[in-house]
Design a protein. Structure first.
Length: 276
């Protein structure tokens, strides 16, 4: 299974989500998730009532994340923030409000359909300090030392070259900048059969890093003050709604039982300008 085959599978799965939301306007969350993260909590479990009320319905419908990095990143007015794998734009729009008119929020996505949906959601939300960029998180189209904070919501696990992603994140962060992402993380050993199934890469399972491996890769990229904070441990039952649609994959639910968690992953780029 090549890196390119994984990338194309992920691209097509998330394009399907965007097309479904754009054409039908229905929710892709909860037990009805057809593609994307099979264990994504509903937006109401991750975002406050006020946050939900401020967002277009289609931004919520395309939300397939596993956390709320915009709140946990402690964004400050005037900061520049980048969301890796921004999807329908939910975390970009929320970030833009947190950093205010003096700040800026970028969203990066490789899927044309998601970018079109996100830009439409930006127009509906009336948020000006936002820019959506087309590109891959392995090749971020921003200059060195240009971003205060990098966030992401259950997307880093989708990359087949996470070392490159973390090196790119380190490159574009300013000295003292923060890496603050929600992601799926593995505890213990995961069966190789899961890793080899491309369907489970698109579903945020097969590509998840083991906890200590995530920390090691961040350190190798140059980060310090690395923390992995579990927010939810998943059971086999959490994946049943997704896996039951494909009986061939149902057996993987028990194999993954208790081995996966949603986590908030923090790290910092060393250097001048550090903020507490």
């Amino acid at each position: 299974m090549s890196n390119e085959s994984i990338r194309e599978k992920v691209r097509e799965e998330y394009a399907q989500v965007a097309r479904r939301v754009t054409n039908q306007g229905g929710s892709c969350c909860g037990s009805a998730v057809p593609v994307g993260n099979p264990i994504a909590p509903r937006p109401s479990d991750r975002y406050s009532e006020g946050e939900i009320a401020s967002l277009p319905a289609k931004a919520l419908a395309a939300s397939l994340g596993c956390g709320n990095p915009t709140a946990l990143a402690e964004l400050k007015p005037g900061e520049t923030v980048l969301d890796l794998g921004s999807g329908g734009g939910i975390d970009v729009l929320l970030s833009a409000r947190r950093v205010g008119p003096a700040g800026k929020a970028y969203g990066l996505d490789m899927t044309d359909e998601m970018l079109a949906l996100a830009r439409d959601n930006q127009r509906k939300a009336g948020v000006q300090n936002v820019e959506f960029l087309k590109g891959e998180m392995e090749h971020i189209p921003l200059p060195d030392n240009s971003v205060d904070v990098i966030i992401s919501n259950c997307v880093v696990n989708l990359s087949a070259d996470k070392d490159r992603v973390l090196r790119e994140a380190f490159r574009v962060l300013k000295p003292g900048g923060r890496f603050a992402v929600s992601d799926i993380v593995v505890r213990g050993e995961m069966p190789g059969e899961i890793r080899r199934r491309v369907e489970l890469w698109a579903g945020c399972i097969a590509g998840a890093l083991e906890e200590s491996e995530y920390q090691s890769k961040l350190a190798a990229a140059g980060f310090e003050q690395i923390e992995v904070e579990p927010t939810r441990i998943y059971t086999a039952a959490d994946a049943q709604g997704f896996l039951a649609e494909n009986p061939e994959l149902e057996k993987f639910a028990q194999m993954a039982d208790g081995k996966f968690m949603s986590a908030f992953v923090r790290a910092r780029k060393p250097g001048a300008g550090r903020k507490s």
